[in-house]
Design a protein around this ligand. Structure first.
Ligand code: PEP
Ligand code: MN
Length: 352
């Protein structure tokens, strides 16, 4: 894919309310944000809500308000589209960029319908990650838009739903966007810290993390009176707080020399590479022992999974890991992967 990117500046800043509520509200926030050099003014017109009976957006009338925003402030505008009619109406009202929401990215039929409606049009499109942690669906949606002839595409990382999660509204699972960037180095990635956090107190931390991971931009929900917002009240911030957040971000460079000299950096990297090789060697040796046990289990007709032994390994390692400054979540993920590989090895032996 030869994706051009939305803008040549970094960070690309997108801000505005979760939802357009009234004409006055949309205009007031836009006027407050005008001075803050944002690249796009966002406001949801059609709101895909998880449960019925919540505010589902003002609908098409909001497009006229966004047009007024543009006339009065000069700000470019963006809104969410979920079907062909939305796309057609946005194009008719000269919306400057579109985004596809997380609940739409999961559905290839809907994404294809949007892609078909975009054929022959040149408008930037941002594709949010799907609700579930499925990189294939995210890539698939981007490819459908790209195949429609759209060249200015960005991905928006808004986190992934997970049952029982409390800290984040949507877990960031940074490895997924990192892998997306690895596969598509030219694709710009924007962090929607508002929907990741779902709360105000950690918006800045997540924005900073995104900048440290070399993200290209931020999308943040801004409202004049967040507590009274008709949707996502808990995560929206005032234009003043937004300004403080943006002013407080540190943009680091990847040029060696800013933090360490490049020789120093190279030597630390060499040590890391060496440790990574050792890690692989250790895993290779572990799998050899696993194979040995596998052959024993086969000979004596013993089941592969020994739940008590597995729980014991997990508990002990979490305890040891935490003492070494490794998070419980990391140890869990690592050991589960190692355990699964061990099971795969033994299953292979059993079937031989
Ligand atoms: C939004 O941006 O207001 C929105 C509905 O986001 P998401 O699709 O990420 O839930
Ligand atoms: Mn929202």
């Amino acid at each position: 894919m030869n994706i051009q990117g939305l803008y040549n500046k970094r960070p690309i800043v997108i801000a505005g309310p979760c939802s357009a509520e009234t004409e006055e509200q949309v205009l007031a926030i836009a006027h407050d944000l005008k001075e803050q050099q944002i690249d796009l003014y966002r406001a949801g017109i059609w709101k895909p809500r998880t449960r019925p009976n919540s505010f589902e957006g003002v609908g098409s009338v909001g497009l006229k308000w966004l047009r007024r925003v543009k006339e009065e402030t000069g700000l470019k505008t963006t809104t969410e589209v979920a079907n062909k009619t939305h796309v057609e109406e946005c194009l008719y009202h000269n919306i400057d960029a579109l985004w596809i929401g997380a609940r739409t990215t999961v559905n290839p039929f809907s994404v294809q319908e949007i892609a078909d409606a975009l054929k022959g049009v040149d408008i930037p499109v941002m594709v949010k990650n799907p609700i579930n942690p499925d990189l294939g669906l995210w890539i698939g949606a981007i490819e459908r838009i790209y195949k429609a002839g759209i060249t200015k595409i960005a991905a928006i990382h808004r986190g992934f739903a997970s049952y029982g999660e409390k800290y984040y509204r949507n877990k960031p699972m940074w490895q997924i966007p990192i892998e997306l960037k690895r596969q598509f180095p030219d694709l710009q990635i924007i962090c929607d810290n508002s929907h990741i956090c779902g709360r105000r107190d950690i918006l800045k931390d997540v924005a900073q993390q995104a900048m440290d991971l070399k993200y290209d931009g931020l999308m943040t929900e801004v409202h004049s009176n967040p507590d009274e917002a008709w949707s996502d009240a808990k995560q929206q911030i005032t234009p003043e707080v937004f300004k403080t957040l943006m002013d407080g971000l540190t943009y680091r460079s990847d040029e060696a020399g800013k933090v360490l000299t490049s020789a120093e950096l190279d030597s630390v990297r060499a040590k890391i590479d060496k440790l990574d090789s050792q890690l692989l060697k250790v895993l290779e040796e572990r799998m050899k022992l696993v194979d040995e046990i596998g052959r024993y289990k086969k000979a004596h007709n013993i089941e592969i999974l020994q739940p008590n032994r597995w729980s014991e390994i997990l508990d002990k390692s979490i305890e040891k890991g935490e003492k070494k400054g490794l998070s419980k979540e990391f140890i869990n993920t690592l050991l589960r992967a190692v355990h699964q590989e061990s099971i795969n090895h033994q299953q292979k032996i059993m079937s031989e």
